[in-house]
Design a protein around this ligand. Sequence first.
Ligand SMILES: Nc1ncnc2c1ncn2[C@@H]1O[C@H](COP(=O)(O)OP(=O)(O)OP(=O)(O)O)[C@@H](O)[C@H]1O
Ligand SMILES: [Mg+2]
Length: 333
Amino acid sequence: MSVEGGSAPLSVQDLTIGLRRPGGRSVAIVEDVSFDVDPGQRLGIVGESGSGKSLTLRAVAGLLPRGVEVLSGRVEFGGRDLLTMPAKDRRALMGPEIAMIFQEPMTALNPVMRVGDQIAEGPRRHLGLSAKEARELAVSMMARTGIPDPARRAKAYPHELSGGLRQRIMIAMAVSCGPRLLLCDEPTTALDVTVQLQVLKLLEKLCDDTGASLVFVTHDLAVVNQTCSELAVMYAGHIVEAGGVKDTFRQPRHPYTRALLESAPDFDHPERELIPIPGFAPNVADRPSGCPFAPRCGYVRDHCTEAVPPLEEVIPGRLAACFESDRLVEVLA
Ligand SMILES: Nc1ncnc2c1ncn2[C@@H]1O[C@H](COP(=O)(O)OP(=O)(O)OP(=O)(O)O)[C@@H](O)[C@H]1O
Ligand SMILES: [Mg+2]
């Protein structure tokens, strides 16, 4: 991940998302978010509930909920700004070029349509395949996602399948046209641990095979560690730290990242004591002045409450929004 533009399939610059209030006024709930995802790169976005992960991803996909809107910024895909292109052009990119996978497959699946037909719909429309070719592709995509007996299962309706199978159907649907960018919002959270691991491996393999870039939103640090190479940590609607996953987890340079790591179970060190993060994340529409993490931060000093620390390079390849970042030099076990 880099913060400058370039050949990135996805470049998000200074994205600010607001909630429309009665009277027409908007309150920013995601502010000045910038990141690039290079070809084939896998970016994980983590942060506590309500930090703005889903809204950021939905803004990229053009799927913001009613009442929520992009207030400013750019979202470039292959050099074209998704936010200003005609809606028709943007819709045409969704599916063949950009695909999104949600936590709950039922939100994306049509309950009264056979799953094979649902997977076949995209390739028919976007790749110009005949009905028969598209059906065959659907079955082969189902086989690739590890669904046993795919020809029979293609005739099933969503409610006839388990949660794990439905999630695989949604993945098959998302990747059926070979998108260059895959957006995943907690795609494995609702699955049990064994199925979760299978689905993650599958997503990794699909990205490897097609060279697709991945943006993966989750609150599970272990999942990011396994699946992604790059990391962005969100807190109260801002990116507060960004860099390579391994380096950042080894030596976080923002107190919030450090606190997140210390509060998460570590399967390599199960004896390690978990330290909960004190207090609560602020309501993003009502942030404190200064650094939004200051009220919960063990490194806080007076100046932290006076100004918002900018997201800056603190060591090569690492960005952190913290005035006290230099004090966080300890390497975690
Ligand atoms: N449709 C909506 N209407 C009003 N506020 C919303 C809406 N969707 C999200 N928000 C608010 O925007 C903020 C960010 O929400 P978002 O869903 O992006 O968080 P998140 O990081 O994905 O959290 P989670 O981990 O719980 O999924 C939250 O404070 C939330 O209450
Ligand atoms: Mg979310």
